[in-house]
Design a protein around this ligand. Structure first.
Ligand code: C2E
Ligand code: MG
Ligand code: MG
Ligand code: MG
Length: 285
């Protein structure tokens, strides 16, 4: 203990560390302010039925519209939010904004009453918070959305942290009826055995698998095997990072049903994604 204290003291006198800390503190302060003053904005990317091209859902992806620095991508501030404890507040903001957007789409008959789902990304830290389940329940109650129209994306590492609280939170969310999905599947180091044990409904396969598709001919067989494992566990497989028509066709040919990627559409701000939805098709209320 005293040793590490000594190290910390030394660091305080290191001007570059001092600067880094001040910068960090400034960013945290700005981010806190950003959440409260609605500088965050959600972009939406379509999830598509591969056989028909129909939009079957959307993933909400957060950006920070910084007054000076412009649009900041999540990889640059989600880690800051996680490290500073702001992630719970940020997650709440995302949850509320996403369900409100879905409520509006449904109200305007832009999405089918059944089948269209809004996916949001949930941080590992959110599972550690007992309030998270209440937040989700409240968000659904306020908007009157059916629970299955909301799907929570969790990374493998978040979902497999083998602690009591996480398992309790997962079970509670599952009981609420919201969809649970493993994000970035295949990037972790765990065995696949958990697919059969966890209360999850869907698996989003990490984009690295699709992107390696053109490299060699055995890769397609490998993807087919992954899809088969997912299917045999009774789960929906969604393939991430589809950038070309060839990739989409290859995935279709091995029985994949759902995909996401720049080929079908880049993440768009709410109003533009709304246009895309209304051009595609409207459903009777
Ligand atoms: P993710 O959940 O795996 O999201 C997919 C990322 O891949 C998004 O990056 C998306 O824009 C990008 N992407 C989609 N299609 C393609 C494609 O065809 N090719 C390539 N190269 N990339 C594609 P983005 O928006 O920068 O988000 C990065 C990560 O930040 C997300 O990865 C997610 O882990 C995290 N994130 C985003 N929004 C939230 C949020 O609201 N809360 C939390 N906790 N994390 C979030
Ligand atoms: Mg995701
Ligand atoms: Mg992903
Ligand atoms: Mg990711």
């Amino acid at each position: 203990e005293s040793k590490s204290e000594g190290r910390n003291k030394l660091k305080v006198f290191d001007p570059s560390t001092l600067h880094a800390r001040q910068l960090q503190r400034q960013i945290v302060g700005e981010l806190r302010e950003a959440i409260r003053s609605d500088q965050l904005v959600l972009f939406y990317q379509p999830i598509v039925e591969l056989a028909t091209g129909r939009i079957e859902g959307s993933e909400a992806l957060v950006r920070w519209n910084h007054p000076v620095r412009g649009l900041i991508m999540p990889d640059h501030f989600i880690p800051v939010a996680e490290a500073s404890g702001l992630i719970a507040e940020l997650g709440r903001w995302v949850l509320r904004a996403a369900v409100e957007q879905l409520r509006q789409w449904r109200e305007n008959s832009l999405t089918a009453q059944h089948g269209f789902s809004m996916r949001i990304n949930v941080s590992a830290a959110d599972l550690q918070s007992l309030e998270f389940v209440d937040d989700v329940r409240d968000a659904l109650a306020k908007t009157g959305l059916p629970p299955e129209s909301l799907v929570l994306e969790l990374t493998e590492s978040a979902i497999i942290q083998n602690n009591e609280l996480d398992r309790y939170t997962l079970a509670s969310l599952h009981r609420l009826g919201v969809g649970l999905e493993i994000d970035d599947f295949g990037t972790g180091y765990s065995s696949m055995g958990y697919l059969r044990k966890l209360p999850v409904d869907a698996v989003k396969v990490d984009r690295q698998f699709v992107q390696e598709l053109s490299k060699d001919s055995t890769q397609l067989g490998f993807l087919a095997a992954i899809q088969q494992v997912i299917r045999s566990c009774g789960l929906q497989g969604i393939w991430e990072g589809i950038e070309t028509a060839e990739q989409a066709e290859a995935l279709r040919s091995i029985g994949c049903t759902s995909g996401q990627g720049y080929y079908f559409g880049r993440p768009l701000p709410g109003p533009e994604f709304t246009d895309q939805l209304s051009q595609q098709q409207t459903w009777p209320a």
